[in-house]
Write a new protein. Structure first.
Length: 197
């Protein structure tokens, strides 16, 4: 059975285009009026499912006087407007997505053991620049950034040579191993295409 055929068979409670209930047998609830009450109007703002039944003239008068916010304070009105902006659903702060992800698993991390660095691959640096392992080791030896230019790398190499070379230290050969590492690092980086001139 379709909806339209069900309405034709059961005409109870049908309303026309004007909003009048065509089958209503009630009398208008306005004092002293004997017209048929075919139009319904809610009794109070907090009781929206109980109705007065009025004739057309008195429902118009009632609707002109109707004020949903009658008797509310300005603070209550502002609170209602705030709730209406979000369809009466409370909003929550978004927070940290990492924390929310762990919370879905039922894991709290008050000591930041699993924080931002806890889930990253420890073998990969967060610099964003990919260098071969030999060049990565070389920049660590020379103590330069991986974003350094060749000029900065050369400057770091020369300053370390001046400190470590035996001729600059009065013949002291105790730092020869470190000197060899610095020379090796310079050999790795001097012809590298990963560092701009």
């Amino acid at each position: 059975m379709s909806v339209s055929s069900a309405k034709k068979k059961n005409p109870r409670g049908r309303r026309g285009m004007s909003g009048a209930s065509e089958t209503s047998t009630r009398v208008c609830d306005h004092p002293g009026c004997e017209e048929p009450g075919k139009f319904r109007a809610p009794k109070a703002p907090d009781v929206l499912d109980e109705y007065f039944w009025f004739c057309q003239q008195h429902v118009r008068e009632y609707n002109l006087q109707w004020n949903f916010f009658d008797g509310t304070t300005e603070a209550e009105l502002n609170a209602q407007q705030s709730k209406d902006r979000v369809w009466e659903r409370a909003t929550r702060p978004v927070g940290d997505p990492e924390t929310r992800a762990w919370a879905r698993l039922g894991i709290e991390d008050p000591h930041q053991v699993l924080g931002a660095n806890g889930t990253q691959n420890p073998g990969r640096k967060s610099t964003g620049r990919r260098l071969p392992p030999t060049e990565r080791r070389a920049i660590e030896i020379l103590e330069v950034r991986d974003s350094a230019t060749k000029t900065e790398v050369r400057k770091a190499y020369k300053s370390l040579i001046k400190v470590l070379h035996p001729d600059m230290n009065g013949g002291d050969r105790s730092q020869e191993e470190q000197l060899q590492l610095v020379v090796w690092a310079w050999e790795q980086l001097k012809d590298s295409r990963n560092f701009k001139d």
